[in-house]
Design a protein around this ligand. Structure first.
Ligand code: GLU
Length: 465
């Protein structure tokens, strides 16, 4: 059987962590089995679906690197097809017209509740052949009345539903519009989905969907219902827990591979390994190893993983995200080699790319002022004179590299009988405006000769007044 999975978000809200994990598991399963990953936008809820949400889903998946092989298919573009299948089910006797009015249904419901029964459609039009002139009927699926539906769920195991518990679902409303569960069925059939991997909030829809697939003579896919992601307090993950849009993680400076690594471990494990490259995930992931208990979101672990991925990635990998973050700060950084040097110098000091960018702005902007506390601590007129002198020595350097710069600065300090820090801190203050930067030799090497000498001269001029 060729593997075909799908991610089928409803664009009624942003793509968040839970949705991305569902997409990830489907994507991994397809990639690991030479299969296809299909993207389907379930936008039939016209009132709640928005263009912005669709765009945000597409952008989020793209940023995460979960590229689809087919689609995106939009359900709103498939109404003719749903209509065709409704007609087919009617013709085959698997569906029927129900002329109940809203009032009638409400009354049915009220009576059932009064009798202490579970409200459900009682099937009163199931076997009727007549019609009510002037009333537009809804179309209902003729659910089997006896027997049971067994879902052999990959995650939850065998889950049994009694057909007697399932009433005859409306598949097309009286205005002709198809309903949610029906569209899913037609799409899973037409798109030849082999594995439906989705949140376990959909498990209760599954027996109805299976019955409809069987009535259509379609192959029933394998189902895997994923446990929910909970907040650290055990409640369903919500905005309160920072369950923001996936793109916000990008904005906050997380690497997509770190976020995916974090998500894959929510409910899945491979021994006690924590750090996975995307290739490893593809190779090792199996839906059968997903745990059925809910997993809790832990922001600290995500931050830790992000740092691990930042530390271990090839430096060149971090250039594009760093440039992007710098651009967000109004910095136009185009020198890839320089950005790569910044990555190497800064990555130990930052948990996110955003933080790395914030720590690196000084490379692109001369200081507008000098940290007053640091000035008081590190700079005196005598020190300023020393900085002017070392600037002259640096100016003579033919080889502008970190080792050569180190030799000049440490040689100068030794001759002046100064601890290196006594000279390095004022130099740092002069070029960055503050006291935090990578080692001074690396800082000056990355900054370049022109900027270094200009900033040192400018600082000395200010400090000596
Ligand atoms: N559109 C559904 C959702 O966003 C998913 C349906 C499915 O995967 O079958 O929750």
């Amino acid at each position: 059987m060729s593997v075909r999975t799908r991610f089928a978000p409803s664009p009624t809200g942003f793509l968040h962590i839970g949705g991305l994990r569902t997409a990830l598991f489907s994507w991994l399963y397809a990639r690991g089995h030479a299969g296809k990953f299909i993207l389907r936008i379930e936008d039939t809820d016209l009132e709640r679906s928005t263009e912005a949400a669709i765009q945000q889903i597409l952008d989020g998946l793209e940023w995460a690197g979960l590229e689809h092989d087919e689609g995106p298919f939009f359900q709103t573009k498939r109404f003719d097809r749903y209509q065709e299948v409704v007609e087919y089910l009617l013709a085959q006797g698997h569906a029927y017209r129900c002329y109940c009015t809203k009032e009638e249904l409400e009354q049915m419901r009220a009576e059932q509740v009064a009798r202490g029964e579970k409200p459900r459609y009682d099937g009163r039009w199931r076997d009727r052949c007549d019609s009510l002139p002037g009333v537009a009927p809804a179309i209902r699926f003729k659910n089997p009345q006896e027997g049971e539906v067994i879902v052999h769920d990959v995650v939850h195991g065998r889950v049994l539903f009694q057909n007697s518990e399932l009433d005859d679902l409306i598949i097309a409303r009286s205005d002709g519009s198809p309903t949610y569960n029906f569209c899913v069925v037609v799409d899973d059939m037409d798109m030849q989905i082999s594995h439906v991997i989705r949140g376990d909030d959909h498990l209760n829809n599954t027996p109805r969907q299976m019955n409809m697939l069987r009535a259509l003579g379609a192959k029933v896919p394998v189902y895997a219902h994923l446990p929910m992601i909970l907040g650290s307090d055990g409640a369903k993950l919500s905005k309160r827990h920072g369950a923001v849009s996936v793109l916000q993680y990008r904005d906050e400076g997380f690497l997509p591979e770190a976020l995916l690594n974090y998500l894959v471990r929510l409910g899945w494990s491979h021994g006690d390994q924590e750090i996975f490259s995307t290739e490893e995930m593809i190779r090792l992931f199996d839906i059968a190893d997903v745990n059925k208990s809910a997993a809790a979101f832990n922001g600290e672990k995500l931050a830790w993983l992000n740092q691990q991925h930042m530390m271990h990635a090839p430096a060149a990998r971090l250039v594009a995200p760093l440039r992007w973050q710098l651009e967000r700060n109004g910095v136009d950084a185009h020198d890839d080699a320089q950005l790569e040097q910044i990555v190497v110098a800064q990555r130990e000091r930052a948990k996110t790319i955003k933080e790395m960018a914030a720590n690196s702005l000084f490379f692109f902007r001369p200081p507008e002022s000098y940290d007053t506390k640091a000035l008081a601590k590190h700079v005196t007129p005598a020190v300023s004179v020393l900085v002017a002198a070392v600037t002259e020595e640096l100016a003579m350097l033919s080889d502008w590299t970190a080792p050569a710069i180190h030799a000049v600065v440490s040689g100068f300090a030794a001759r002046e009988n100064l601890a290196l820090g006594k000279l390095a801190q004022p130099i740092r203050l002069a070029v960055c405006g503050g006291t935090v930067s990578p080692p001074i030799d690396a800082t000056l090497a990355i900054l370049g000769r022109g900027q270094t000498l200009a900033r040192l001269a400018a600082a000395v001029a200010v400090w000596l007044g």
